[in-house]
Design a protein around this ligand. Structure first.
Ligand code: F6P
Length: 319
């Protein structure tokens, strides 16, 4: 019988993590299971930074961005001796199972713990939407809304000044934030890991748009694909537009979660507790066609990326 579970957040934070912590806490307490909040991800897990949670511990948190538990990256968790240290700490504290909220690095840690006898369930908490086995990750919708708000503002000023705004968005080698924001904002050009970067083709397209009478343009670029400042300079030199670069950066990770992220996190948190009660471990929760589903973490982290071809086709049709 499950008596006590822990919950932690790990990796880059994302809006909606608090809603997930709240759902896990409240769903477990409702089943008579004790809950412990673990500070600062796997680091706190190893160090024993545990705090008993009651329903008030998660009051007033559903609308808050970030994570009330704190987060950290701990690459050392790949070492078996560190995992064993965490297992010993959990056993010492009578914690039977865990819900871990984070990206695929977090999932791998959860899988290792499960293999050492601590059942873990992973919830996809990242703005990047780069986890397979789910249509959406917790935080993606909020980050997308932030980007769209910013790009709409950039469009106003770039329109007034005959400029081309080159906007870098996050994504950690996944183009979803870029393609969704590109479609939402009516961007003229997209540069993502999926499209690749062809500088001459970008400049040529801008010259073409200018000849078509376009007064301004927006280029959305996924981080780590090209240098946006360098591209903006080249645009100023090789086209009639004045190029300006904007790196949105960590602003994309903050803010109050959208209702969609709050509902998604709440549904996923409750599902994680259900799975643990059934004695399941080593699984991650996802949403597919609006149904909450689960699959093995091992399978999930080894799945190929699902295709976004239809999105790029749509973008190219509408531009
Ligand atoms: O995974 C979330 C994310 O924000 C990525 O989009 C980005 O590449 C990375 O984290 C930034 O990491 P850090 O906050 O450690 O700089």
């Amino acid at each position: 019988m499950l008596k006590k579970i822990g919950v932690l957040t790990s990796g880059g934070d994302s809006p909606g993590m608090n809603a997930a912590i709240r759902a896990v806490t409240r769903a477990a307490l409702a089943k008579g299971i004790e809950v412990v909040g673990i500070r600062d991800g796997f680091k706190g897990l190893v160090e024993g930074w545990y705090e008993p949670f009651d329903r008030n511990s998660v009051s007033e948190t559903i609308a808050r961005g970030g994570t009330i538990l704190g987060s950290a990256r701990l690459p050392e968790f790949r070492n078996e001796e560190v995992v064993l240290k965490a297992v010993a700490k959990l056993q010492e504290n009578g914690i039977d199972a865990l819900v871990v909220i984070g990206g695929d690095g977090t999932y791998k840690g959860a899988d290792a713990l499960t293999k050492h006898g601590i059942n873990c369930i992973g919830l996809p908490g990242t703005i990047d939407n780069d986890i397979e086995g789910t249509d959406f990750t917790i935080g993606f919708d909020t980050a997308l809304n932030t980007i769209v708000e910013c790009v709409d503002k950039l469009r106003d000023t770039s329109n007034s000044h005959h400029r081309c705004s080159v906007v870098e968005v996050m994504g950690n080698r996944c183009g979803d934030l870029a393609i969704y924001s590109g479609i939402s904002c009516g961007a003229e050009i997209l540069i993502t890991p999926e499209t690749g970067y062809d500088e001459e083709a970008v400049l040529e397209k801008l010259r073409y748009l200018e000849n078509q009478g376009k007064n301004h343009a927006i280029v959305i670029v996924s981080e780590k694909v090209c240098d946006v400042k360098d591209l903006a300079d080249k645009i100023s030199k090789a086209t009639g537009f004045a190029g300006r670069a904007t790196i949105l950066g960590h602003i994309q990770r903050g803010g109050s979660p959208t209702p969609n992220d709050r509902v998604l996190a709440s549904r996923m948190g409750a599902k994680a507790v259900e799975l643990l009660v059934e004695g399941v471990g080593g699984q991650c929760v996802g949403i597919k066609n609006n149904e909450i589903v689960s699959m093995s973490i091992e399978e999930c982290v080894n799945m190929p990326r699902s295709s976004r071809k239809a999105f790029y086709k749509l973008f190219n049709t509408l531009v």
